[in-house]
Design a protein around this ligand. Structure first.
Ligand code: HEM
Ligand SMILES: [Cu+2]
Length: 675
């Protein structure tokens, strides 16, 4: 009846997961009770859960990512403290638990932390930057988000019921085959990643279609903001490689469930095939994350330097170059596997060539600042921290891409330091820069500046104190994923690294405090203009937060930096363009199909993990039935009357006119006159 599921699946004898489970459940129940008592359900259901508005979906993606980032950070704290305590001793984590933690940490950080954050930025920004009202398939978009949430949910369930994989974040066979991993851990991994992968593919298709088909009048390809370009490149990669992931996981699933032998040496399969397939997805995956991050920096450097981006066209070319070459280097992840010198040389050179494209970008960002009036606000601090950190991460990457050098550093702490340099310095710093930058757009008020600066400095210093010692340890020969350590010489550096984690914790606390304080002081921090940073692209032409239809009348773009041009003209002539003729507009209606599908996808995944076949079949049928019902609906859109559109837009125009008048008044004063 319940397959492999029994009471023994709940970790009653292990205090750490048990206490965590109970605490998380207490918080969850608390939140649910609060929402019920306050009567917030109708609002949440109508405005958020069933919303198909790309901005709301973007915000929910970001929220999911932030929560999972904190969860992954908790794992990181445990790993670093365990290793510091386990020098010539056992430490406090039993081996099988430690192995689950590093597997969950990597999986969560990449697939359920960074990925939703990056997808959230794309969802929120791309339609605004293109001057359109929504993505190409709004309801599909909601399904994509909820499927990602479903995967994240299953990973967290593994903490309470059963176990997680002990294979590392990429489940290499034969370790992940039933023979060596008989439990449900790998199955949790397989179904969680499979379900969220479908969601990611949906979002990828949506963004690519939006960029190719839905730009506002005048928005030619070479006038698109660089963030939108990077979103396009990233989503093209998603469409190219996520199907590989799906197929690979499906093959491993067949191996585990039905005794196929795709990846076992006996009976003719090959574990090397898994390596090739998983990294054919895995390497592009890191570029799926880092390209949009480059896009975020490309918006921030011009804005805070008061200058257009240097070398716009070379930036676009470099983006596309990286997009293509990133698919040709996967084999550098297994140089040591005996492919021979010719193959290794090819992949070594291909890998190093990516650094050329990245170098172009770094120079462009530096030249953007050169001669500009640079404002050192919080997004800019993260961006400068990124340049420093990422350049070093890139250099050590080039080192690893030299096959003979990789024979020494492969699977060592040096590698761990390298990829955290690029992934934290590149992607996570971009996320924090972007959150600070676009927060006022999404919510209508800025974040507290002092706490933002504190958060940056603690995170930056904490990052380096944590990870620089790992380079040293790697060169001293320490391998990754050690549960306990018997070489006394490694002690000092392991201790320094723990100090770094303590500094990072302060940074995280500052970040959370910033949010709390800013919400408390939101009236003081209110952004009335919609353009708090003197921005250059179209999202800053809307009020903060933008109305659900984004633009009352689609903008007409005449040149690169669409909004900057419109703004300069208004300032020169001291007046705005004449009021347009407002028309009624059509907007898509809300739909519960996303949450409905995700609910049954979660049940399906859970049932498959525990071999509860009847429930799996039922849930699968229910999930698809939802789609069929949805496809048959008659009403897709509702009409917003012209009067409502006009009213919203007149309010926006009034606040812009007030801003113009303020600027004109400032012009009269002595300092203003020189500007
Ligand atoms: C900021 C504090 C962080 C710390 C202290 C930390 C710590 C660690 C440690 C110690 C390991 C190696 C475990 C081992 O193999 O011995 C590791 C692995 C990993 N981390 Fe982090 N991490 C942090 C943040 C992140 C972030 C933000 C990401 C991604 C966005 C990330 C992604 C990964 C991945 C993919 C692995 C590889 C896991 C594996 O090979 O199984 N980490 N981390
Ligand atoms: Cu790679």
């Amino acid at each position: 009846m319940f397959g492999k599921l029994s009471l023994s699946a709940i970790p009653l004898s292990q205090p750490i997961p048990l206490i965590t489970s109970l605490a998380v459940m207490a918080i969850l129940i608390g939140v649910l009770v609060l929402v019920t008592v306050k009567g917030w359900w109708p609002y949440l259901w109508k405005e958020w859960i069933t919303s198909v508005d790309h901005k709301r979906i973007g915000v929910m993606y970001v929220l999911l990512g932030v929560v999972m980032l904190i969860r992954g950070f908790a794992d990181a704290i445990m790993m670093r403290t365990q290793q510091a305590m386990a020098i010539g001793a056992q430490g406090y984590l039993p081996p099988e638990h430690y192995n689950q933690i590093f597997s969950a940490h990597g999986t969560i950080m990449i697939l359920f932390g960074a990925m939703p954050l990056v997808l959230g930025f794309m969802n929120f920004l791309v339609p605004l930057q293109l001057g359109v009202r929504d993505v190409a398939f709004p309801t599909f978009n909601s399904v994509g988000f909820w499927l990602t949430a479903s995967g994240a949910f299953l990973v967290n369930v593994s903490l309470f019921v059963g176990e997680f994989a002990r294979t590392g974040w990429l489940p290499y066979p034969p370790l992940s085959e039933v023979g060596y991993s008989p439990g449900v851990g790998v199955d949790y991994y397989l179904w969680a990643v499979q379900i969220s992968g479908v969601g990611t593919l949906i979002t990828g298709i949506n963004i690519v279609t939006t960029v190719l088909k839905m730009r506002c009048p005048g928005m030619s390809y070479l006038r698109m903001p660089v963030f939108t370009w990077t979103a396009l490149a990233s989503c093209l990669l998603i469409i190219a490689v996520f199907p590989i992931l799906t197929a690979t996981l499906a093959m491993l699933t067949l191996d585990r469930y039905l005794g196929f032998h795709f990846f076992t040496n006996d009976a003719g399969g090959s574990p090397m095939m898994f390596m090739n397939l998983i990294w054919a997805w895995g390497h592009p995956e890191v570029y799926i994350l880092v390209l949009p991050a480059f896009g975020i920096y490309s918006e921030i450097f011009p804005t805070f330097s008061g200058k257009p981006l240097f070398g716009y066209r070379s930036m676009v070319a470099a983006t596309l170059f990286i997009c293509i070459v990133s698919m040709m280097v996967w084999l550098h992840h297994f140089f040591t596997m005996g492919a021979g010198p010719a193959v290794n040389t090819f992949f070594g050179i291909a890998s190093s060539v990516i650094a050329v494209g990245t170098g172009v970008k770094i120079y462009n960002w530096i030249f953007t600042m050169y001669g500009g009036r640079v404002r050192m606000e919080v997004p800019m601090l993260w961006s400068l921290g990124f340049i420093f950190t990422f350049v070093i991460g890139g250099l050590t990457g080039v080192l690893l891409a030299i096959p003979p050098a990789d024979f020494l550093t492969h699977n060592s702490m040096f590698l761990v330091a390298h990829f955290h340099n690029v992934i934290v310095g590149g992607v996570v710093f971009a996320i924090f820069a972007g959150l600070e930058f676009w927060f006022p757009k999404a919510f209508g008020f800025r974040l507290h500046e002092g706490l933002g600066k504190a958060a940056f400095w603690f995170a930056f210093v904490g990052f380096w104190v944590t990870f620089a010692p790992l380079y040293v340890l790697g060169l001293e020969g320490m391998t990754r994923r050690l549960q306990h350590i018997n070489i006394e010489e490694w002690r000092p550096m392991l201790y320094v690294s723990v100090v770094g984690v303590a500094i990072l914790i302060v940074g995280v606390v500052a970040q959370v405090a910033q949010l709390v304080v800013s919400i408390r002081d939101r009236e003081k921090l209110r952004d009335v203009t919609g353009d708090p940073w003197d921005g250059r692209s179209l999202e800053w032409a809307t009020p903060s937060p933008p109305p659900f239809f984004n633009f009352a009348v689609l903008p007409n773009v005449e040149g690169e930096e669409a909004y900057w041009g419109i703004k300069q003209r208004a300032i020169e002539t001291q007046q705005m363009s004449p009021e347009p003729r407002y028309r009624p507009i059509e907007m898509p209606i809300n739909s519960p199909v996303g949450i409905y599908t995700a609910f049954f996808a979660s049940v399906f995944g859970f049932a498959m993990i525990w071999h509860i076949w009847w429930l799996a079949i039922l849930a699968l049928v229910a999930a698809f039935a939802g789609f069929v019902v949805f496809a048959w609906r008659d009403v897709h859109e509702f009409e917003v009357p012209a009067e409502e559109v006009a009213q919203a837009d007149r309010a926006r125009r009034a606040s812009r006119e007030a801003a113009l008048a303020r600027m004109a008044a400032a012009e009269g004063t002595p300092e203003g006159a020189g500007a």
